[in-house]
Design a protein around this ligand. Structure first.
Ligand code: NAD
Length: 292
């Protein structure tokens, strides 16, 4: 049977428990999305401090929904009751799906997958939230390439419906179908895409972001560029978006895109300079712009 890229018609596996590795901006958002939809979720990070901050962000997201009448204090209590945190990767054992959301560095992800091999059961699906690194490349280090897939959420996770599901060379139909069903269960809108560096969204987004920076380097004001982008319908302009994403993440992701598409992607030294100076965007109070 010819299934097609989206594995439509394949029966998904049951997902009763989710593990999330990396409790940063994205990992905490993904863990919140799962727990808010009734899934027992374990969030793991190497840093105790990151777990505390991640939990704080989750509480803040739900609290802000309560303030606008879109959630109740009971929703907060039930989501938090389903969430557990740990600095021990072994604690994701028993999850049907483990979503990796650690830094955008290939060697860190590969090393993590090698270490996770001993903790993941033969039926566990490992999904990466990588923004840019080709899934078939990362699959070389995954415990099982057939059960390895991209599950790319967007920031902020509680507001962005889209999830790219990336099918690597060896990803099975069953894995794709299960991740599509999981995305729908947590009220996201999955699209299944083929594998390449940057997938679909970031191949389109990166040229836009780097052209904006080039405009600024050529003398345009950041405010003008951001205002212009919002006036033609973007929820925020490219400089603010850089700062929301995190300049460290943008820098690592740009490196992947520069390597994959050397003929048509721009290497921006200014990103490296800002990261070196510790200006990582909203998370440090300063990136391209200053933040309160
Ligand atoms: P972040 O820096 O906010 O968080 C990364 C977390 O991973 C940190 O808390 C760090 O302590 C933890 N970590 C690092 N190595 C680890 C390991 N070996 N085991 C467990 N935890 C580890 O980064 P982020 O913005 O959340 O990005 C995470 C992933 O999501 C990256 O692959 C990134 O490309 C992708 N992503 C980011 C965005 C965005 O807008 N920031 C959007 C979509 C996808």
């Amino acid at each position: 049977r010819d299934i097609g890229v989206d594995a439509e018609g394949v029966i998904p596996e049951k997902v009763s428990r989710v593990g999330v590795v990396g409790a940063g901006l994205m990992g905490s958002g993904i863990a919140a999305a799962c727990a808010r939809r009734g899934l027992p979720t374990t969030m793991v990070d190497v840093e105790e401090k990151a777990l505390g901050a991640g939990l704080g962000r989750i509480q803040e997201v739900i609290a802000s929904r309560i303030r606008i009448g879109r959630a109740t204090p009971e929703d907060m209590a039930s989501a938090l009751a389903l969430l557990s945190t740990s600095t021990t990767p072994a604690n994701v054992a028993g999850s049907d799906v483990v979503i990796e959301a650690v830094v955008e560095r290939e060697e860190v992800k590969r090393e993590l997958y090698q270490r996770m091999k001993q903790h993941l059961g033969p039926n566990t699906i490992l999904a990466s939230n990588t923004s840019t690194i080709a899934i078939s490349t990362l699959a070389e280090s995954a415990p099982s390439p057939e059960r390895f897939v991209g599950m790319h959420f967007f920031n902020p996770v509680d507001r962005m419906a889209l999830v790219e599901v990336i099918r690597g060379k060896e990803t099975s139909d069953q894995t794709v179908a299960t991740i599509v069903a999981l995305a729908k269960r947590i009220k996201k809108t999955p699209i299944v895409v083929r594998d390449c560096a940057g997938f679909l969204v970031n191949r389109v987004l990166f040229p836009y972001l780097s052209e904006a920076v080039l405009l600024w380097l050529e003398g345009a004001a950041m405010d003008d560029v951001d205002r212009c982008a919002t006036s033609f319908g973007m929820p925020m302009g490219p400089f603010l978006l850089h700062d929301v994403v995190g300049l460290d993440t943008a820098f690592y992701a740009s490196g992947v895109m520069n390597q994959a598409y050397p003929d048509r992607s721009v290497k921006l030294d200014v990103l490296a300079d800002l990261v070196k100076a510790g200006h990582l965007g909203q998370k440090t109070g300063r990136g391209f712009r200053k933040h309160e």
